[in-house]
Write a protein that binds this ligand. Structure first.
Ligand code: GLU
Length: 424
């Protein structure tokens, strides 16, 4: 997956605070007991490892790696591994909890986890990255497992890294174990449709939202912030369904064309230009802040956390926000979004298409059988659509935003399951 340079951590909020603030509100509305609150709040297991890795220049560099398992109440924990300079334990804790809520919202049998290594993959050779991934896998041999904890790609990692992980784990266990990780290359047990799955889920949520707001996709405009795996596929699929994508952005800046940007051309250009849109001729350059403030129907944030803040939320003119990225909106900005009447489809619903097709990949690996793309798309579209409707109805029932409604749906499912399973 592509990635962006680390954004400065917002000084007033961090991803964990943002997650907890929504979690607190949803548990209050649901009237969760203090005991249950503690059970759902505290991560089950947190592993921090030091990883000495030989660099190409002969030196040895020690990286810090994390894996946080937030919950296994619904099933083995699931969640990606992030390679990014901004990775901290605090961020990984928030992302792990979001995975728990995300899997619960789309009703797949997984708990939540996340891993991360503070590193800059852009400045590392393939050999250095491979040694780092293998060292991390070795350190996590008793954490990972097809029935225990199943990693996947996240920012800065993709099929290549998942292949190294699968190989290292398989060698250590003495048997080829494809189901230990998802997001693998297709030739070695990866699923058709996995790469574009998160973007596709964003598209399904955007279309469902447009229906509710009575916006005709053929007359709709959209701005996409972030042109990595999620943003580019979401833009492409929305354009395919008639939406005019007037702006996209990546680390090099934002690009605007009122007539619509040709997303196929932009994807080709970025691919040939070291994953950067710098110099793309089909649009004029604007700033990222200008992109966020465009008078579009749909805003798709697909970069990383803490982009919509208390400071810039006032400038947003979109009628709908569909959050491809995790933790994109800080909790302090929610109030203004609600007051403005913007329909915000929250991250834990909008970007759940990725983990949904990861689940299909895991099922296929366990069956030793391959599904067609048509079957995968049909089933994942249905799961995303059903989840959207459930969250929308819950928002009506409790008179809350879709974000709080998504947390309510998730927390209800996890807490009810805990009650049936019981504790000590
Ligand atoms: N990293 C992705 C996410 O945040 C995918 C996780 C997975 O497929 O397990 O949802």
């Amino acid at each position: 997956m592509a990635y962006l340079e680390p954004a400065p951590i917002h000084d007033k909020e961090n991803p964990l605070d943002s997650m907890m603030s929504r979690f607190n509100e949803a548990t209050r509305i649901l009237g969760i007991t203090d005991e249950m609150y503690q059970i759902l709040k505290v991560p089950l297991r947190q592993v921090v490892v030091g990883l000495p890795v030989s660099m190409d220049d002969g030196s040895i560099k020690v990286f810090e790696g994390y894996r946080v398992i937030h919950s296994t109440i619904l099933g083995p924990s699931k969640g990606g591994i992030r390679f990014d300079m901004g990775v901290t334990l605090n961020e990984v804790q928030a992302l792990a909890a979001w995975m728990t809520w995300k899997c619960a919202v789309v009703d797949i049998p997984y708990g939540g986890a996340k891993g991360g290594i503070a590193c800059n993959p852009r400045n590392m050779s393939a050999g250095e990255l491979e040694r780092l991934m293998r060292a991390y896998t070795q350190a996590m041999l008793d954490v990972f497992g097809p029935d225990r904890d199943i990693p996947a790609p996240d920012m800065g990692t993709g099929p290549r890294e998942m292949a190294w992980l699968m190989d290292e784990y398989s060698k250590a266990k003495g048997m080829t174990t494809p189901a230990v990780v998802t997001g693998k290359p297709i030739v070695m047990g990866g699923s058709l449709g996995r790469v574009e799955a998160t973007g596709r889920g964003v598209m399904v949520c955007a279309l469902a939202g447009m229906e509710r707001l009575r916006i005709n996709p053929y007359k709709a405009t959209c701005a996409v912030q972030g042109f990595g795996n999620v943003g580019s596929h979401a833009a492409y699929l929305l354009q395919e369904r008639g939406v005019t994508i007037v702006a996209v952005s990546d680390v090099s800046g934002a690009y605007y064309n009122a007539q619509g940007i040709d997303i196929v051309e932009a994807m080709k250009y970025s691919e040939q230009n070291k994953k950067s849109l710098e110099g793309f001729a089909g649009a004029e350059k604007i700033t990222n802040e200008e992109l966020l403030a465009l008078p579009v129907d749909i805003l798709v944030p697909a970069a990383k956390e803490d982009v919509i803040t208390e400071e810039n939320v006032h400038n947003i003119k979109a009628k709908m926000i569909v959050e491809g990225a995790n933790g994109h909106t800080v909790a302090g900005a929610d109030k203004v979004i609600n007051e403005k009447g913007i329909l915000a489809v929250p991250d834990i619903l909008a970007n759940a298409g990725g983990v949904t097709v990861s689940y299909f990949e895991w099922v296929q690996n366990r069956l030793g059988y391959k599904w067609t793309l048509e079957r995968i798309e049909r089933r994942s579209d249905r799961i995303m659509r059903d989840a959207f409707e459930k969250v929308y109805d819950t928002a009506q029932k409790y008179q809350v935003s879709m974000r709080i409604a998504a947390y309510i749906v998730a927390i209800e499912k996890v807490s009810q399951t805990y009650k049936f399973r019981g504790g000590y």
